[in-house]
Design a protein around this ligand. Sequence first.
Ligand code: HEM
Length: 444
Amino acid sequence: MSLETIPLATGGVPGLGHVPRLLRDPLAVLRSLHTEGPVVLLKVGTMPMVYVTSPETVNEVMVKKARSFRKGRLFDRVSELVGEGLANSNGSKHLRNRRLMQPMFYKERLAGYADVMSGRARSLADSWHHGQELDANGVMVTYAIETLAATLFAADIGRPAVQSVREDLPVIMRNMLRRALAPTWMDAWPIWKEFNRSATRMRSVIDDVITRTRAADPEGRPDLLSLLLAARDGDGVGFTDEEVRDELTTMLFAGSETVASTLAWALHHLALNPDVERAVLDEIKTVVGDRPVAFADVMRLPTVTRVLDETIRLHGVVTLMRRSTEPVTIGGHELPAGTEVLISLYGLHRHPGLYPDPERFDPDRWLPERVAARPREHALPFGAGNRRCIGDRFAWMEAVITLATLLPRWKLVPRPGARPPTEATASMAHPDRVEMVVHQRDAH
Ligand code: HEM
């Protein structure tokens, strides 16, 4: 079997393949290749990589034929940092750990995290003043890391860890994609000094929190770390300290930049769309009024939800990867075992055949009647199948609570003269800077 039947993407260069095109503007490549077919062949140097561009072929890889795939090349390198946490473990280990962790995201647990999130959002709102200039993305990165850490660790034990994670995680995230793509013989180069220092420090801080939480008897405590330490499978076997560290680190990676980026882009789009902002404010006023935002409110704010749906459609997860473990047919093409497959939710969600005028921010695309008219596979903000995001409801709740807390108190407007944010790529199409000025709302 071979990949010969798959059309080769245009713009390749002998020897380098599509690397120059991908380096020049990866997002443009991911947005445009659907025009060349539902399955397209890219060459990364000489390595073939199959890019699936249609909802049908994405669904085949992620759901229908998920058993023929495991996580791909990117994860081999990332696993140096996050070990075999949920996002990069495979097979029976993934299944066991997913089952052990699922209860941490049940409704009763989420209600508890909602209180933490609401308190943290109020503290953020309290910390701003009229006329303050800020980079909304930078603010949201710190805020999302601290909020996640506040739900992961017990407050008393976790405080020093939060400080370290806040400093080190952004350094690691900034460098991770480069590190994952660089060959291993470059690992000893001095360019990685800052990265290595942050990675080592974060690992030791997390190990320390684990030791101290275990010593403090985690049974019955509500934070995610205590739940991880108390979890037992059907044979009564729990996680080792190393497994707990991998899961914690994975959640910090998976759950901070994603939420921060969503919030920063949502604030940006709301500032540019006063009608939408007005509808959001009216809804928050009616549903929440002046009290703190609570867990029960999250389901009762459909306008806020549509803003977030549309924000994630436009700026969602850029690339997912899989590698076939056996011969498998995708989009009618035979892929041999060991084929690297690329999926871009960002590309899928900007497919003009699925979303007319795809670059336009239009939360009304998510009105119930319009959602009902589209096949479900057209929108996969949190992935699909057995690898679907385990933190989806957690993330959603955090984003809704944060917007519903900040917006009634503060109006954010773009800083005069600031460059509009551009999309940088890591895991999400996160903005580089979102420069804004904070204005007190008249009503308060
Ligand atoms: C807006 C925010 C978020 C978005 C858009 C998002 C998106 C995704 C996507 C698309 C996947 C699937 C990856 C794949 O198929 O390869 C995923 C997996 C995952 N996410 Fe999220 N995520 C978000 C927030 C979070 C949060 C807050 C957490 C943790 C608290 C989290 C934890 C995870 C984990 C552990 C996985 C791996 C699941 C598995 O393979 O079984 N995510 N996420």
